[in-house]
Design a protein around this ligand. Structure first.
Ligand code: PLP
Length: 359
């Protein structure tokens, strides 16, 4: 019999969130970003759940795009946000309808040399300074492509924002203006700028394609605003059973380092999930969890296979009862806040030890 610790993945919530992304995208089409194993939810299941509605997927690399095809999802083009790793990969892109980004001179040389080229997105660096050609280089890159009869392979231009989640920053507007100006000489080509956070920025220009990722999974892209406030539903419920309960007396400590000490008689529970499952070890005493829809709190240090909770607020809790570590009652973003990180990291950190169960 399995341990009873698993991640329940709600395909209806995923589809709901995709619809929210479409609404926020207005006239633009939304390519569903499902990199990093579908943000930890399982790329095969995510691709299948969105196959009927998403016109395009986006992933980081070709391995992830192949995983979509191996899941039996064959219709949609898949954009490769980091482009290809080698010249050989270009043939795989053509065969599978993958659309790699072209972000550097090495990739341009591979493309020019290859016997055939896939359709590509030109990546423009407007200030993120991670990947992409400088705005001043675009004309030269386009000229090189045209020289090699590759102009028709260019689908359009993409750029990525550095500060879209910060409502007070003016950088997104600057990047948008830089992008619009730099790509204006090719009005017939497509354009894509917006990640999830940008889709919630008032007045944000969206062009033809948006690229929502985190919002699809029901986590908030915006610091200080909850996913529920944005109309998003939690997709992953991380759940594990209580496997032990005991009554602590004043002075009794809990777990490694004897970090937490009871100041009064306290009923506590041990949950069968720890950092070996991807739960953040930095989530300390006071981090929320839930049992029977009732909030409870972690106490002491998270161990590899277990963590401890205070059951004072859930006196009816019994061994075997399922505890929600995050999900509809406890937003993943809230747990992330207690671990000094972001929901993205927690969702993508759930290890292979935790079975994903789709419902
Ligand atoms: C990951 C990624 C996205 C999606 O970002 P979210 O913040 O998850 O919506 C969009 N575009 C690029 C280039 C990315 O790398």
């Amino acid at each position: 019999m399995p341990r009873g610790s698993f991640a329940l993945i709600d395909s209806k919530a995923l589809q709901h969130n995709y619809q929210v992304a479409c609404q926020r995208s207005g006239q633009s089409s939304a390519m569903a970003v499902i990199k990093a194993d579908g943000y930890g939810h399982g790329i095969a299941g995510v691709a299948r759940a969105l196959a009927a509605v998403a016109p395009k997927f986006a992933v980081a690399c070709i391995e992830e795009a192949i995983a979509i095809r191996n899941a039996g999802v064959g219709q949609q083009p898949v954009a490769l946000l980091e482009g290809v790793h080698s010249e050989q990969d270009l043939a795989t892109c053509i065969e599978n309808n993958f659309e790699p980004a072209l972000h550097c001179d090495d990739q341009l040389q591979w493309l020019v040399r290859a016997p055939a080229a896939p359709r590509i997105w030109l990546k423009v660096n407007t200030g993120m300074n991670r990947l992409g050609f400088h705005t001043e280089e675009l004309a030269q890159v386009m000229a090189t492509l045209a020289q090699h009869q590759l102009a028709s392979k260019v689908i359009g231009f993409v750029t990525h924002f550095a500060c879209a989640d910060d409502e007070r920053s003016t950088m997104t507007q600057q990047q948008t203006e830089r992008f619009e100006k730099a790509t204006a000489p090719w009005p017939e080509l497509q354009r894509s700028v917006a990640n999830s956070a940008a889709l919630f920025r008032p007045g944000q220009k969206l062009f033809g394609w948006s690229r929502p990722g985190i919002m699809l999974y029901g986590a908030s892209p915006i610091v200080g605003t909850s996913a529920a406030e944005l109309g998003l539903k939690s997709v992953m419920t991380l759940q594990a059973p209580l496997i032990s309960t005991r009554l602590l007396q004043p002075g009794d400590s809990v777990g490694y380092g004897a970090d937490w000490v009871a100041s009064k008689p306290t009923r506590m529970g041990i949950v069968a999930l720890g950092y070996g499952d991807g739960y953040p070890r930095h989530a300390g005493t006071g981090t929320p969890a839930a049992i029977h829809g009732q909030r409870i709190q972690l106490i002491g240090r998270v161990s590899m296979d277990m963590l401890a909770v205070d059951l004072s607020t859930a006196p009816a809790a019994l061994n075997g009862d399922p505890v929600e570590l995050w999900g509809a009652t406890v937003p993943v973003d809230e747990v992330a806040g207690h671990a000094a990180t972001i929901g993205y990291e927690l969702l993508t950190s759930v290890t292979a030890r935790v079975p994903r169960r789709w419902c």
